[in-house]
Design a protein around this ligand. Structure first.
Ligand code: ADP
Ligand code: MG
Length: 330
């Protein structure tokens, strides 16, 4: 490396640090103005996203509420087009929400300036996609790809951290391989290491096992579980029912809103690695309907059908300390 180049790099780093300082100051001010900054990792309230095209407007998120605490591993499931990617992109700072409120790690995604958003994307969140072409360079090695986004000061430091991450995802033995020589599953594991390069507070993954085989999907999923065991907060969108059954908390999105939530039964919590459990068929989770702030409740479709309603009214009353929903007498 030439001396001149080194100097430019050092200058660039100093500049970045100075910027970080300024932003921290701004943030502090924000916090005092903002009366109550939630301490949850993610707090979305009544979140709305409208996509405007020339002809129409698409309401991709329709008043979504979700709170995720630090240290949680949460899965999001839902049909195609239900708003899963939209929600993840809002949290990842890739796109701006239209209305409602969204806080991630204490940052207000609505009031963030473009400059703050750049730092937010670099330092606070890490993103893994179904196809990770966009955050890796095919002709560089796995190791170089993990080191590239890092903003640690020394090359040795970067190297050590990158090796640590490659070991974590089981790819240390392929550190020198160029990305375009790796299989889809291997690239996906390196992509997780890249997403973790700057120790993000929150790891986001949008269908990370969508284009790999079942065995690889299981392996990748185990990597997420292990990362979570070490304290990493993770939000993961998945289509895979068997995998989602291994997660402590699964939220379902329907039409841009959280419609129900499943929580892993206590009895299964310590058995995640046991191979004699058939995660696809066993009933490993309890299902809950979600009650929003103003008391609106979305009932599971099967229950509504079973009631055999003829119009949209139901009787609601309290009996023996329980709320009963019944078909009106005809
Ligand atoms: P999912 O990830 O659950 O499949 P998405 O969040 O991608 O769903 O999409 C939710 C809705 O928003 C869909 O109706 C989709 O067509 C629409 N949508 C997503 N992105 C855009 C966009 N950039 N412009 C217009 N409509 C969009
Ligand atoms: Mg999607």
């Amino acid at each position: 490396m030439t001396e001149k180049k080194q100097k430019t790099e050092v200058e660039a780093e100093v500049k970045t640090e100075a910027k970080t300082e300024v932003v921290t100051e701004e943030k502090k001010e924000d916090k005092t103005e903002e009366k109550k900054v939630p301490d949850a990792m993610i707090k979305a309230e009544n979140l709305v996203k409208i996509y405007k095209t020339k002809e129409t407007e698409v309401l991709a998120l329709q008043g979504l509420d979700l709170t995720v605490q630090e240290g949680e591993l949460t899965a999001i499931i839902g049909n195609s087009g239900s708003g899963k990617s939209t929600f993840l992109n809002m949290i990842g700072g890739l796109d701006r929400p239209s209305a409602g409120s969204l806080f991630v790690a204490g940052s207000n995604l609505f009031t963030m300036t473009e400059k703050e958003l750049v730092l937010y994307k670099r330092d606070t969140v890490g993103f893994v996609w179904q196809n990770n072409g966009r955050n890796m360079l095919p002709f560089l090695s796995a190791l170089e790809n993990v080191m590239m986004p890092m903003h640690l000061s020394g090359t040795q430091e970067k190297h050590d951290k990158a090796m640590e991450l490659l070991e974590l995802v089981g790819m240390a033995h392929k550190k020198a391989s160029r990305m375009n020589m790796l299989s889809g599953g291997e690239q996906q594991r390196v992509a997780i290491a890249i997403a973790l390069a700057n120790s993000p507070k929150l790891l986001l993954a949008d269908e990370p096992t969508g284009s790999v085989d079942t065995r690889t999907a299981n392996y990748i999923f185990d990597v997420f579980t292990e990362l979570n065991r070490r304290g990493q907060t993770i939000l993961i969108v998945t289509h895979d029912t068997a995998l989602s059954k291994k997660v402590k908390r699964v939220v379902a999105i329907r039409d841009g809103k959280i419609s129900s939530e499943r929580v892993l039964k206590e009895a299964y919590a310590d058995r995640l690695k046991e191979s004699d459990i058939d995660w696809r068929s066993e009933d490993t989770q309890d299902e809950f309907a979600v009650l929003d702030k103003v008391g609106r409740l979305q009932l599971p479709q099967e229950m509504v059908s079973e009631l055999g309603l003829t119009d949209n009214k139901v009787k609601v009353f309290i009996k023996d300390g329980q709320i009963v929903i019944a078909k009106p007498e005809e």
